[in-house]
Write a new protein. Structure first.
Length: 148
């Protein structure tokens, strides 16, 4: 795997609030009838570079819905249901994501989920950040999608 496994943590050490965001994202992908419906529901979970710079008029950046989100929405049918987490990578160092008012810093958890049939390929990741020190963004946000 391309990422260093030295910063992997046990799957059962994934913080509950991060796992809840992951499960909500997968539920949105599976249960949205249209990509527009999916994008509207996903906005509350999105952060960092996935959203525009303004916190007061939050929206997805222009290319996210038609590319990254569409890929995950279309591909989620190939992943285990219920969700199976195979690996969690989380360096202790903080990182930053995004621009302007919506920029956040915090610890990122890169979480791999398994395909329903392992012969269809490797698990794929989604990254969720637990923000630290932001005045209005206080809950974990998904900061990287498009691998499903």
């Amino acid at each position: 795997m391309a990422q260093n496994t030295a910063t992997d943590i046990p799957v059962n050490s994934l913080p509950k609030e991060v796992k809840t965001v992951l499960e909500e994202y997968v539920s949105i992908l599976r249960n949205s009838a249209t990509l527009d419906e999916c994008a509207t529901a996903f906005l509350k979970l999105a952060g960092g570079g996935l959203v525009n710079e303004s916190v007061s008029s939050l929206s997805l950046r222009s290319s996210i819905k038609d590319y990254s989100l569409k890929k995950d929405w279309s591909g989620i049918k190939f992943y285990a249901n219920p969700l199976v987490i195979t690996r969690v990578n989380s360096p202790e160092t903080l990182s930053s994501q995004g621009y302007g008012e919506s920029a956040i810093s915090g610890r990122v958890y890169k979480i791999w989920i398994a395909k329903a049939n392992s012969s269809n390929g490797m698990p794929a990741p989604v990254s969720i950040m637990v923000p630290q020190g932001h005045s209005s963004i206080l809950t974990p946000k998904i900061v990287n999608i498009g691998s499903f």
